[in-house]
Design a protein around this ligand. Structure first.
Ligand code: IPD
Ligand code: CA
Ligand code: CA
Length: 268
């Protein structure tokens, strides 16, 4: 295993320990309101600190982009950046709805190279390194073989604080709702992407995500044989925040629905 992946896994486990600690002391957690329907808890901050401490122990010079503490600059020459969401699914966590995860990715010279997504409730560690496949715990995973949209189970995320693209989203939702076997909105984009990678769902789409929601899951899906793009079919999803992902057979019918329902100016 590559040393960076080892560190990502160690850091994800350290954050998982913090999350499990607070899971059992639920009534004692301090919560702040970041914006409309956007919360952050003491648990998010402490999980992030545990991740950064682990990375810094081995690589004090690497750059870090973390959801709660922002950009930590690093040595430009080495070109390594860690992209962290310490707790993806905070709203679920705060409601004791057991679907949330730690997401950590490594980007080297602009390319995603290592990823770990850890679900501390199910104790599932999803991991991948570029060119070396994707794993769930110690088992190799692959995207599903589903060819038909009609039989597909999709995952998605609803707009929840920026409602400016709600009509476009609902138009795509309406078509997917009436042309698939079902849609799940479980509340953690990182786990949604990990579930595409291991074939529990056949595809995923969401508007307006952040790089830390997407980075690790995107590499997992690619290493599991799937496709990940923005709504234009290009690789700029970390910049645009719009993501669609599927197994290679289902990608085309999904992209057709996105193409037909999302207006051109929002298709990026
Ligand atoms: C959120 C979750 C959710 C998605 C949101 C994200 P957070 O992350 O991934 O599924 O719909 O767009 O912001 O705020 O819980 O880390
Ligand atoms: Ca997130
Ligand atoms: Ca988060």
């Amino acid at each position: 295993m590559h040393p960076y992946l080892n560190i990502a896994i160690e850091a994800a486990q350290a954050a998982g320990k913090v999350i499990r600690f607070y899971q059992e002391r639920f009534d004692q957690i301090a919560i702040e309101h970041k914006g409309r329907n956007d919360y952050v808890s003491q648990c998010d901050h402490e999980a992030e600190a545990a991740i950064i401490k682990t990375i810094r122990k081995y690589h004090p010079n690497h750059a870090i982009l973390a959801e709660e503490s922002g950009q930590h600059s690093g040595d430009k020459l080495c070109g390594v950046e860690w992209i962290i969401d310490p707790l993806d699914g905070t709203t679920n966590f705060l409601h004791q709805f057991p679907q949330y995860a730690v997401s950590i990715a490594v980007r080297e010279k602009g390319k995603l190279t290592h990823a770990a997504i850890y679900d501390p409730v199910a104790e599932e560690m999803f991991s991948a390194s570029r060119g070396a496949g994707a794993y769930l715990n110690q088992f190799r995973i692959r995207v599903s073989e589903q060819k038909q949209l009609n039989d597909a189970l999709l995952a998605t995320g609803f707009p929840y604080h920026d409602f400016s693209y709600i009509d476009a989203y609902l138009a795509s939702f309406k078509v997917f709702m009436t042309s698939t076997a079902g849609i799940r909105r479980a509340g953690s984009a990182a786990l949604d992407l990990a579930y595409v990678a291991c074939g529990r769902v056949d595809g995923f789409w969401e508007f307006n995500l952040k790089p830390w929601d997407i980075a690790a899951g995107a590499l997992l899906i690619k290493e599991a044989g799937g496709l990940v793009t923005d709504f234009n079919g290009s690789e700029n999803y970390l910049e645009t925040g719009n993501v669609m992902a599927a197994n290679p057979k289902l990608y085309k019918p999904m992209a057709q629905v996105i193409g037909q329902t999302i207006p051109k100016e929002l298709r990026r």
